[in-house]
Design a protein around this ligand. Structure first.
Ligand code: AMP
Length: 282
């Protein structure tokens, strides 16, 4: 596994591989890797000749008072995990090189960036699209792999790729969960043991909605009330949102029909957690 820190070296590496007819699979991450990230690496290994993983805690996707400064880091363990997968490049760009003084250019997918997580994190998604666009320019991937755990993010990236004609195929892969259903997340490390136990109520609320919808429940309000009251049994959870939305537009639906995105976000202790399920109505 080659470690590249220099952005010119990264670009030169990718261009050389492409000149030799190789395809590049890319997984952008913020590190502190877990099995969710590694499922993306595994898929990239199957699909592309060359696999590049980046680790970069992107300052511009964090708002004031969020966890940028204390975002969990464990580079030596990340390297060990990636070595097991025999990837080609670990790209570790330098923050000052990525955002030099005077940086002024942002890319934003309108509308989608304002819904769901965008309501309480107003500049979050433009930070994500800006960094991903920049990484795409440096890594030049043929395929880029994202997790459905961040459903809104993968939809926004797909939209950006379509609108900007980036020559990249975005591949979205299923959420990897802990044994009790909690979606794997680097932020789960913030949870104290009791909080970790209680956090599973978020997934339970999603499963409740899935079960009701699949059993033919058509009363949207009732489903949302039942989800909220289940989450309400854990008073330490500060719920941000619960939505049942159209997975293509993120627009909250008015009726239970077709394919639905059931998504939520809540904080417990120091961790803001998100999760979702795609459900097919009867
Ligand atoms: P992050 O390091 O949190 O920015 O995540 C990097 C990539 O890994 C994103 O595409 C995430 O959606 C994906 N990812 C994070 N957690 C999971 C998970 N539990 N299952 C699948 N993919 C995940």
């Amino acid at each position: 596994m080659r470690i590249i820190k220099n952005i010119d070296e990264m670009r030169a590496y990718s261009q050389k591989k492409k000149n030799h007819g190789k395809t590049i699979g890319f997984i952008p991450t913020m590190g502190c890797l877990h099995d969710g990230h590694l499922s993306l690496v595994q898929a990239a290994k199957k699909q592309a000749d060359i696999v590049v993983v980046s680790i970069f805690v992107n300052p511009i996707q964090f708002g004031p008072g969020e966890d940028f400064k204390r975002y969990p880091k464990n580079l030596s363990n990340d390297k060990r995990l990636l070595n097991n997968f025999d990837i080609d490049v670990l790209f570790l760009p330098d923050t000052k090189k990525m955002f030099p003084q005077g940086f002024k250019t942002y890319l934003e997918v309108e509308e989608f960036s304002r819904k769901m997580c965008g309501r309480s994190r107003p500049n979050h998604f433009r930070g994500v699209t800006t960094i991903v666009a920049k990484l795409f320019c440096l890594v030049c991937p043929d395929f880029a792999f994202f997790g459905q755990k961040d459903f809104q993010q993968q939809l926004i990236i797909k939209t950006m790729v379509r609108d900007m004609d980036f020559p990249v195929e975005v591949v979205a892969l299923p959420t990897v969960r802990e044994f009790d259903g909690l979606a794997m997340s680097s932020r789960n490390r913030y949870l104290k043991p009791k909080e970790r136990e209680l956090a599973t109520v978020l997934y339970k609320a999603l499963c409740l909605a899935k079960e009701e919808i699949e059993n033919g429940e058509k009363d949207l309000r009732k489903i949302l009330i039942r989800m909220r009251s289940l989450i309400g049994t854990v008073p330490s959870i500060r719920l941000d949102y619960v939505v049942i939305a159209d997975p293509e537009t993120l627009e909250e639906v008015k009726a239970i029909k077709g394919k639905l995105l059931v998504a939520l976000s809540g904080s417990i202790g120091k961790a803001r957690l998100i999760d979702n399920l795609i459900v097919q109505a009867k």
